[in-house]
Design a protein around this ligand. Structure first.
Ligand SMILES: Nc1ncnc2c1ncn2[C@@H]1O[C@H](COP(=O)(O)OP(=O)(O)O)[C@@H](O)[C@H]1O
Ligand SMILES: [Mg+2]
Length: 177
């Protein structure tokens, strides 16, 4: 009786300790995340015209080895923004959503551009099967969070789009060191 009570107490103590450890790890990670956010911008878009204007700004960041990581629900405007970006980059072919083909590649003469949609991919899928030379290309990934990939090994910009009305959108752009 006494022995089992003692064991129970030890167990409770070690459970408490491991909970505390978990909490500490979580807090450390949160602090780290906050520290690493170098830039965070919010942009309100009133119309498709504003989305095109945003693409004109964002295209300045399109360089080899860069990832644009897009998130936001279906119909938010990830593909629409990508189309404007590709237009700004001088891609003349018609741009279609890669939801079913997973990835489309474009070349504007000086840069290879990978436009991926990871909507149908899972954590078991390997992005490197699609991206052969991400460090040389400009990469745009819709639903980037669906796959396990260490995007922080590359310069990346997280672009989240929220639909706030028929043609209005709230866009947040984040980047880290
Ligand atoms: N300001 C806006 N920016 C982006 N898309 C808009 C905007 N206003 C209306 N839309 C419409 O919303 C839809 C967005 O669809 P799409 O780009 O395919 O979304 P996603 O790729 O996020 O699923 C398109 O039909 C587009 O014309
Ligand atoms: Mg899309």
């Amino acid at each position: 009786m006494v022995k089992s009570k003692l064991l129970l107490n030890q167990e409770l103590l070690s459970q408490k300790q491991s909970k505390k450890k978990q909490l500490n790890q979580l807090q450390n990670q949160q602090l780290k995340n906050q520290r690493l956010i170098k830039m965070r911008k919010e942009v309100e878009l009133a119309s498709l015209e504003d989305t095109k204007k945003l693409a004109k700004e964002l295209v300045k960041l399109a360089k080899p080895g860069v990832f644009f990581l897009m998130s936001g629900y279906l119909g938010a405007g990830k593909t629409t923004l990508t189309k404007s970006l590709l237009k700004e980059l001088g891609v003349e072919e018609s741009v279609t959503s890669p939801t079913f083909v997973i990835m489309n590649q474009y070349d504007n003469g000086s840069l290879n551009i990978n436009h991926m949609d990871a909507y149908r991919l899972t954590k078991n899928d390997d992005l490197y099967l699609y991206l052969e030379t991400p460090e040389q290309d400009f990469n745009i990934i819709e639903w980037y969070d669906n796959v396990d990939f260490d995007y922080d090994n590359y310069k990346n910009y997280k672009i989240n789009i929220t639909k706030t009305g028929d043609t209005t959108r709230l866009v947040t752009i984040e980047s880290r060191d």
